[in-house]
Design a protein around this ligand. Structure first.
Ligand code: MG
Length: 362
């Protein structure tokens, strides 16, 4: 029986983790369920799964070691910068981590990987792209490769002109063509910021350089990512867009349990790939540049993005202004090396405050 401490149990990924556990009661159970809001849903989950611990914590609350005490796997499924504190707490508790929170590696990759290595903690990717890479690498982190190729659906505005992008609304952005996800990440998919984040995550997860990671648009979201090897062979993982597969596999790999239907290739017909239009979606390049710069830079970018996306969802700024806000914050705030979580936390607060001022003038 694998005992899971699930952080972010009422979010989009958290609900799907609960579904995986529900379908495999003989294999998985919850030792702890933690959410940042939605107490009613937490109560329902607690009644259904009887974890030893069920906690509704404020997003700025410090994670407690008790959350991870009785688990085999810490499943970090909450969104946002606050996920980094949970990931670090799980690393320090010495627990295997199933990682669905992006900000943990985007903002804290340097610290998280350093501490995980020192503690011998394994970090297993849950995101569909990174799970696909893991599968294509035969679950080996030391396998040599030439290039990692991440696929991107391109989001709902893939072929929009720069002019047209000025007029898109939050409702338009929330209509993702292939994946059903939370609001923040759906907007991040539309700006391609999410793909920039995934390049940074891949760098840390597979201990590689940015020049060995590429992103390509694949509108059907059937090929979840590919690995190119030295001899020119390219291995891909295919599947319908359904997060339950990578969630489940993160818990059981290399064993595979029944989960989803296999893709019907005749019904799907053609699969397409095209160049990622970075010139119309500056968030992608901003993320990559921040990732290359390192230190507190990705944290500044992320803090600015969280405020800017919220403002876009509230109708306060236009779609292109998301990137403009991020750029403004990166241009005006000093970048430092990051030797501690506290340094990142300060950078996060500064970025948010600066972004708030630049959007709302206060
Ligand atoms: Mg993804």
């Amino acid at each position: 029986m694998i005992r899971i401490a699930l952080i972010g149990c009422t979010g989009s990924i958290g609900r799907q983790v609960a579904d995986v556990v529900r379908r495999n009661r003989d294999r998985f159970c919850f030792s702890a369920l933690v959410c940042g809001g939605n107490g009613e849903e937490l109560n329902a989950l607690a009644a259904e799964f009887s974890p030893a611990l069920a906690v509704c914590a404020a997003s700025d609350a410090r994670p407690k070691e008790a959350y991870f005490e009785d688990c085999d796997v810490a499943f970090i499924a909450c969104g946002g910068f606050c996920g980094l504190a949970y990931t670090l707490a799980a690393v320090r508790a010495g627990k295997k981590i199933a990682l669905a929170n992006k900000e943990s590696l985007v903002c804290g990759g340097e610290i998280v990987m350093r501490e995980a290595k020192a503690k011998g903690v394994e970090i297993v990717p849950v995101d569909s792209e990174h799970s696909a890479l893991f599968q294509a690498l035969s679950f080996r982190r030391d396998a040599p490769f030439r290039r990692l190729i991440l696929t991107a659906s391109g989001g709902p505005f893939l072929h929009f002109s720069a002019e047209k992008l000025k007029t898109v609304t939050a409702a338009d952005a929330l209509r993702h063509p292939t994946w059903k996800m939370g609001a923040k990440i759906t907007v991040d998919s539309a700006t391609l910021l999410n793909k920039g984040y995934e390049v940074i995550e891949a760098k840390w997860l597979y201990d590689t350089e940015f020049k060995k990671i590429a992103a390509v648009v694949h509108p059907e979201s059937i090929v979840h990512s590919l690995v190119a090897f030295e001899d020119g062979a390219v291995i891909a993982q295919l599947g319908y867009p359904d997060m339950r597969l990578p969630i489940q596999l993160a818990l059981t790999y290399p064993e595979r349990l029944p989960c989803a239907a296999e893709p019907d290739l005749e019904q799907i017909g053609a699969l397409h790939f095209e160049r990622l239009p970075a010139e119309r979606f500056p968030c992608f390049s901003l993320a990559l540049a921040a990732g290359r710069e390192g230190g507190t830079c990705p944290t500044l970018l992320n803090g600015a993005a969280e405020i800017a996306v919220r403002a876009f969802l509230d109708g306060r700024i236009t779609f292109p202004q998301i990137a403009e806000t991020i750029e403004c914050v990166l241009n005006h705030l000093p970048k430092e090396s990051c030797d501690s979580f506290e340094a990142l936390e300060q950078a996060d607060l500064r970025a948010r405050a600066y972004a708030m001022r630049s959007i709302y003038g206060k």
